[in-house]
Design a protein around this ligand. Sequence first.
Ligand code: AMP
Ligand code: MG
Length: 426
Amino acid sequence: MLPVHQAEQLILSLVHPFNPDHDVEVLDLLKACDRVLAAPIISQLDFPHWDNSAMDGYAVRFADVQTCRPDQPIELEIVEEIPAGYQPQHTIQPGQAARILTGSVMPSGADTVVMQEDTRRQDERVWILTTPKPQAFVRHQGEFYRAGAVLLPAGIMLGAPEIAVLAAAQCASVKVYRRPRVAILSTGSELVGVEQPLQAGQIVDSNQYALAALVAQAGAEPLCLGRVPDEPDQLRAAIVHAITTADIVLSSGGVSVGDYDYVDDILEELGADIAIRAVAMKPGKPLTVATLSDRQFASSEPNPSPVSPTLYFGLPGNPVSALVTFWRLVLPALRKLSGLAQAWQPAFVDARSRQVLRSDGKRETYLWGSVSLENGIYEFSPAGGNHSSGNLINLAQTNSLARLSVGQTQIAVGETVQVVLTQSLV
Ligand code: AMP
Ligand code: MG
């Protein structure tokens, strides 16, 4: 069985990130939040675009005011008012000043701004009461960014600050990577839909919903392909359909060693390269990861990425195992595929455990619970009740997974444990 970090590396090595020439779309800037930038942005504008004032005050020549004191103020003639959006018309000569407001363009001749609070004004005269520093309160053209340099690199996620920068650079539309298409397939003859009456022995297909939510939260497009009974012909047809329509396929169930677990056999029959059959993690031991080239299958569906092979994850059927495996091993693959240049792997942080955490130490163990910030320190409380992969119920209202390494059987109260957030802290 493969250790978790090796499984993660192997999976990442199988992912071909989106191609910046083909796997892109151009979006209106208002629609681009949370998308991945596909090409670097280079602006022909300097930031600031021109020398401007950082204060409400007076634009002056430093040479005129370098000797002034409150008891010996220097008197200047105001030759112009420069409100926002106004292009100055005068060159400031010795003995002159311009009234200027925050953000307004500096007039030529002036090199320094004296803030209003350090002046006294009467009609068209102003007295400068204290000597400013040379060039005080002037934001110089190009001080923050020089035209022609890279303003934003490709491969970053666009959030509000990046959208603001793009707007300021007058990028009304922006080239982003398309969303990955992720097919979701539930296998198991016992499965029924949420709307169907439940007979004895049947299980509601919660994985379809859970995985669709996880895929959407990851910024990808879920393709919900429904349920397939444990019947090889139907399963084969469903898998072929899934791999010819999606970039990544997530099936759940049918990858253990039971009599009705057909997924691996079918993948082999279809010529898949099976990279992983099991990972030493708990929950989540049965996991099949394979790549399939879909060129051999005729399909009426438009293939989103005809060159790269499709990545197939046969997730365990247990609902908790399916979610934990997604967070730990599917999400990094999805992030790399989506064109993000870095930060594919989950970020583990140190937390203090509020309770004793136990594991049998045989496999890397994940316990679900809640992280909170107490006086600036993360604290982890495991969910109450049974941490069995069959118990989905206490996974709700948790926001994190704690990790116990192989060989680590206990973490005492107050000891440090590594946790990864599965939901944002509120
Ligand atoms: P399997 O991996 O197919 O052996 O399934 C393991 C357990 O997970 C069984 O109890 C299944 O009934 C359950 N299970 C499998 N698929 C799903 C699903 N889509 N939704 C909820 N539970 C499932
Ligand atoms: Mg099954």
